[in-house]
Ligand binder design. Structure first.
Ligand code: ADP
Length: 264
């Protein structure tokens, strides 16, 4: 069959009354579809990575050539700017390495009792200085008499909140606001992180959890590598918990994480 030669679009139209053969045909067709999707993602990933590396390399090359030709003077300021580009590529490669670990190795969760209210409070504390510097009001709400305990991997969950909160602060302009809210309903503990930032366009929204995806507006203006949300989603999937996002361009975004409440 063409499928084994890499033609993932091919489908078997073979008709039979034998149930086992019919099931086999359907399984092979589904396999073809899945292989096709994976192939597409693989190609996109390669082209995204080469784009992300090519951009700083181009900047380096153009600037170095201008220095060699005597068009740009070699001064500390220029060298710092070029060094920043080298650091950017280094960070990207590091992030890709972290992501590779999540996707290729059997990541073990170190499950323990986690008090979400305390964990999130410590993450908010970590962001208090940077939000003050940006004149962003960072508010944290929860009920002090509620029990927000879950079973999970404290360090990895901390990473999830760091990634989302750092985006909220990063994509919110001076004078804006970020709220972190912890609430409970009958079966769930719900964490929402809301900001009055630049928001996410309808076209970008379905893709923001994908590897290396960065919204158009953020691609050049704001530092980042498009990996933070992929890692956050991977960690939550390992916990069998979900994350979703709602956003309005120009008004802000809200990321909501739902944990099954096992305390009652
Ligand atoms: P990074 O922030 O490094 O670019 P992420 O994976 O964390 O990568 O996010 C992917 C993209 O999702 C960002 O580039 C940005 O376009 C969009 N995004 C994520 N969080 C927010 C937010 N709070 N406000 C606006 N855009 C966001």
């Amino acid at each position: 069959m063409k499928l084994s030669q890499g033609d993932y679009k091919t489908r078997s139209k073979f008709k039979t009354d034998i149930l086992e053969l019919e099931n086999l045909k359907n399984s092979i067709n589904t396999l073809g579809e899945k292989l096709g999707q994976q192939d597409l993602l693989r190609r996109k990933l390669v082209s995204d990575i080469s784009h992300e590396i090519r951009t700083p390399l181009n900047i380096l090359q153009n600037n170095l050539e201008a220095m060699i030709d005597g068009i740009f003077s070699v001064n500390t300021e220029q060298l710092i700017a070029l060094n920043d580009e080298v650091i950017r590529v280094g960070k990207l490669l590091n992030n890709l390495n972290v992501l590779k670990k999540f996707e290729t190795e059997d990541i073990m969760l170190n499950r323990e009792r986690v008090l979400l209210d305390e964990l999130i409070c410590s993450v908010c504390d970590d962001f208090s200085i940077i939000s003050k510097e940006k004149n962003i009001e960072l508010a944290y709400n929860f009920k002090s008499n509620e029990n927000y305990t879950i079973l999970g991997d404290r360090d990895k969950l901390k990473q999830v909140f760091i990634n989302i909160l750092s985006n909220a602060v990063k994509f919110t302009n001076e004078g804006g606001k970020v709220w972190v809210n912890l609430a409970k309903n009958k079966h769930e503990i719900i964490v929402s992180i809301r900001d009055t930032g630049i928001g996410i366009s309808e076209q970008d929204l379905p893709f923001i959890f994908e590897r290396l995806y960065r919204g158009d507006k953020s691609r050049n203006k704001v530092e980042g590598s498009g990996i933070g949300l992929t890692i956050a989603q991977n960690i939550l999937q390992l916990h069998l918990e979900s994350i979703n996002v709602e956003s309005e361009p120009g008004r802000g975004s809200v990321f909501t994480i739902r944990f099954k409440d096992t305390s009652s």
